[in-house]
Ligand binder design. Structure first.
Ligand SMILES: Cc1cc2nc3c(=O)[nH]c(=O)nc-3n(C[C@H](O)[C@H](O)[C@H](O)COP(=O)(O)O)c2cc1C
Length: 282
């Protein structure tokens, strides 16, 4: 049985029926249920468990007792949320100290609450650690840049990669910034939802990192190289059929920022249906 109701607790309020994204929870005389034929459609998002105010509903993948309660006292105020979101910075100076494995696991667990298409959670992680391993990756990205200089000189020029290679020649790593860790998001190449899921999970990871006093930065050069450059793909040795969908440098930051830099005003265009003028929200 996909869902099980505690008849003592269930008030038949219908919250689980209304909130199921697939609309497979139906209200019946004894209470909410999912028909056996519909069960394979379930995406195990847990909304039926999460929305029940009485903790009366268990799902085969998660019981109410195993799902932590939402602590409303811990919610951000709008001001705290604005501070949190605006104070995150891309970190490009890292301490040599590596991050404890349990902290990295905590970070990646938080990232797994990112939304994903059909709740498929397709993203897997490869954590590369240690100066020599991260430097080896930077070296391979530099090789890709050298290849690009010949194969796609226009791109090389547009991205000012001569400066990145020049810095590398002086022993300065502008590719992975001397970070002690590189976390690579990967997934089966044939997953349609994985690219968006990986980007979203990495965004979660970056935000979660700030709450753990960690610094992160998107590894854009690395990700671009890993998408096309065979020597780097071979060095990564991802599971068969998997591709890199993004990566982040991670470590303890050297710098603390004192101010929030400005951003462009959002460019918004508004559109309403003709007959919606004057309607709520129009
Ligand atoms: C897709 C993507 C790729 C990026 N690649 C790099 C990179 O390779 N190296 C780097 O130092 N910063 C990289 N960044 C960080 C951006 O430069 C940074 O987000 C931007 O300058 C705004 O600064 P902030 O993140 O501190 O607000 C990347 C960001 C994104 C979203």
């Amino acid at each position: 049985m996909l869902i099980r109701i505690d008849p003592e607790k269930c008030t038949r309020c219908g919250a689980c029926v209304a909130d199921c994204p697939i609309r497979i929870v139906r209200m019946t005389e004894p209470g909410p249920m999912v028909a056996e034929d519909d069960a394979p459609l379930c995406i195990a998002c847990g909304h039926c468990v999460a929305v029940c105010p009485e903790a009366a509903l268990d799902h085969a993948a998660m019981t109410a007792a195993t799902c932590p309660p939402v602590d409303r006292g811990e919610a951000f105020t709008p001001e705290q949320a604005a501070q949190f979101l605006r104070a995150r910075r891309s970190i490009r100076q890292y301490r040599e100290r590596s991050v404890e494995p349990e902290v990295l696991v905590r970070l990646l667990r938080l990232a797994s609450w990112a939304p994903s298409g059909h709740n498929s959670q397709p993203v897997e992680w490869l954590v590369l650690s240690g100066p020599s391993e991260v430097r080896r990756m930077s070296g391979l990205v530099a090789d890709w840049m050298r290849w690009l200089e010949t194969a796609h000189p226009e791109t090389f020029r547009l991205l000012h990669l001569d400066r990145v290679l020049g810095a590398a020649a002086r022993g300065e790593d502008r590719i992975l910034r001397g970070a002690p860790h590189l976390i690579v998001a990967h997934a089966p190449k044939d997953s349609r939802v994985a690219p968006a899921a990986a980007i979203t999970a990495l965004a979660y990871l970056e935000l979660a990192a700030t709450s753990l006093d960690l610094g992160t930065c998107w590894a854009g050069y690395f990700s671009a190289a890993a998408a096309v450059f065979t020597p780097l793909q071979e060095a990564l040795a991802l599971p068969d059929g998997h591709g890199t969908l993004g990566a982040a440098m991670v470590g303890y930051p050297v710098v603390r920022y004192s101010r929030i830099p400005l951003r462009r005003e959002p460019r918004i265009s508004w559109r309403h249906g003709h007959s919606d003028r004057g309607a709520p929200g129009a």
